[in-house]
Design a protein around this ligand. Structure first.
Ligand code: DGL
Length: 270
């Protein structure tokens, strides 16, 4: 693999939630060009079969590699839990293949090794048990519990944020006795940073609420630096592709990404 610093960063998600990660990356690494792919034609991945997610992820990785990306960053917990290992196997010699789960597991096990940790995410992410397994690989006696919170993605996408409906849904999930006594909560879905403060408020700011966006951006920066792949000047504009486009997706994109962005429709699935 002969990668060059001026190649773009390839990032993908099932839809637009991964823009929370792309946004943190843009802030930390302003000289990098980002090529983002949101598979809006197939979202949500949260309740798709593993076979479908692996198939979609493989095609998207090829799409990013055809555009000369130096990374294939899986900015989706569901695809990270399901497809990352296969992507690493298949494309690890062509680009830096990275996920959003490993950096968070490293961070939490280093910073909070003896805290009771909760994980919330989509059904697929939670059913895969990836977070508890990876945490216990580092700390075998770790006290970690996980719970699917499938209503949160549609709730966020429909704009129910900081209001009575979202407060009720969040309270209904987080008051589950499984999560009693947690000291750390991992937001195991790239949509959830949007409601991070609302969740922190639910806990009266008493527990650590961890999201992947900044942690993954920092990890990516370290990885690029260690491989001498940090871009030193921006050469091209960021590109944001989606596999299906509606006005609605344009609106959602602005919620997940700080600046105004233009989504281009890709014909990957044609
Ligand atoms: N962004 C996805 C994740 O991080 C959730 C959305 C979906 O179900 O596709 O798991």
């Amino acid at each position: 693999m002969r990668l060059q610093p001026d190649q773009p960063l390839g990032i993908f998600d099932s839809g637009l939630g991964g823009l929370t990660v792309a946004s943190a990356i843009k802030q930390l690494l302003p000289d990098e060009q980002i090529i983002y792919f949101g598979d809006t034609a197939h979202l949500p991945y949260g309740d798709k079969s593993s076979d479908s997610i692996i198939h979609y992820s493989g095609k998207i990785a090829e799409f990013l590699l055809e555009r000369n990306c130096k990374t294939v960053l899986v900015a989706c917990n569901t695809a990270s839990a399901t497809a990352y290992a296969g992507l690493l196997d298949k494309f690890g010699d062509k680009a830096l293949v990275m996920d959003v789960i490993d950096p968070v597991v490293d961070y939490v096990t280093e910073k909070f090794p003896s805290s009771k940790t909760g994980v919330i995410g989509t059904k697929n992410t939670i059913n895969s048990n990836t977070y508890p397994l990876n945490i216990r690989e580092k700390i075998p006696v770790a006290n970690v519990v996980s719970m699917a919170t499938p209503l949160l993605v549609p709730m966020i996408e429909e704009g129910f944020i900081y209001d009575d409906i979202s407060n009720a849904i969040i309270r209904s999930y987080l008051s589950n006795e499984l999560l009693d006594g947690i000291e750390v909560l991992i937001l195991g879905c790239t949509h959830y940073p949007i409601i991070k403060n609302q969740i922190r408020k639910y806990y009266n700011f008493r527990i650590e609420v961890i999201d992947s966006a900044e942690i993954v951006a920092r990890h990516l920066k370290e990885k690029l630096a260690s491989e001498n792949l940090l871009a030193s000047e921006r050469k091209s504009e960021d590109l944001f592709y989606v596999s299906d486009f509606t006005e609605y997706f344009g609106k959602i994109a602005r919620m997940f990404f700080d600046s105004n962005i233009n989504l281009s429709k890709s014909d990957l699935w044609k």
